[in-house]
Design a protein around this ligand. Sequence first.
Ligand code: NOJ
Length: 448
Amino acid sequence: MFRTTISAGAALVASLQLNLSAEVPKEWEEKAGGYLMENISPEGTLPGTVVAGTSKYMPDYWYDWTRDAALVMDVLVTRYIDGEKDLLPQLMNYFSLSIRHHNTPNLSGGDGEPKFNVDGTAFNLPWGRPQNDGPALRALTLIRLANQLLEEGQVGTAKELYEGMIHSDLDFVAEKWKDPSFDLWEEVCGEHFYTKMVQLNALTEGAKLSEYFGVSSDRYYREAADLERSLFQHFDHEKKRIIPSLNRTDDKDYKDQDLDSSVILAVLHTDKEMALNDFVINTAKVLKDTFYDLYPINRDGNPGIAIGRYPEDKYNGIDESEAHPWFLLTLAFGEYYHTLANLYEERGCIEISDISLPFFQELDPSLENSVEIQKFMPQFNMLVLKLRELGDAFVERARHHTTSEGRMSEQFDRNTGEQRGAENLTWSYANLIRVKFAKEYSSKCLNN
Ligand code: NOJ
């Protein structure tokens, strides 16, 4: 494999000298928002359906995946919270369809079923099942909506969400979190950091909402405490990284580097404070450096670094050969850098430890030791600004590979940059909008 002498960090920082537009072009965001909405309840599907993508053949993504649907609907919840009240009917359609899925007998024998046909019936072909992150993600999306409705005084509708779906999803999580299941990439069976993080977050957020409705939360808190303890097993103190999967029973023996971008998604989809964790920061750095070396496209002189699922990945978007970088993950790295910047600004302090030092040395090569940088020190603003610029560089990398209309598929070719895999992947659009939210969050905080 062709290797360069210039490091990923140096290349990423150097890419900032290139013609990087500081802001995500508004026009692209607006278009992406429109493409996302087109994939919700499209013609020929039940109301509330989120198709994973528009491609119906090689690959066929014309299904409603529980995970993708929850993550996409979560974007609608944020927009609803931000004032787009006319989105409520779409969200309620999603809720009704979720109940229907819950009541549909399927091959997983319950809520861990990964995907459904667009007419609401069960998908009965072989698949990696169960996938137990789905019910937790759905609960989290509906809990955020219910909390907002409570704030608006819409207690009845919030209660409907709780009794109709959230409660059973919480029971599912409380009962099943110890069971092995397939990971979010639908390939590896075992215990997963991503799945456990969303399960833990669902239990703790769900416990609070249960209390509000006078339902006992003891079981949720008890299971959450055990689950939290089991998460520590994913912290590898030698590698100083998070191990994505443990106790695997799959045959993906080529996936052996214990390095997976799902770790970054896990913190973005749950407890954002975890973004600051040294092991997470170091995992992000190692992932970024690894993908920089792995994908020739990253050395084409354009800004930003393209990110994939995991280095040994073979899924090329249709079948197995050599995998490519993914739009949604490249954008998630953009969101991660902006999230770090937001958290540091809120705290007014950047703590750099021996473990996170290499990550920060890329931003400021003069750093030599672990140190606490307080807001009044000139270095503070410089580091926050660099994090934001680098966040934008990831977005710029994704943007560079979109079509002239700003459309995004699942992957883009590691050599040529051409789009690969399912067209119009709804989750790709959702992640662009999430970066926009992260950036808006920062300006909201600064203006307060
Ligand atoms: C394959 C991805 O690995 C999985 O995470 C996703 O849910 C489906 N495609 C549908 O987008």
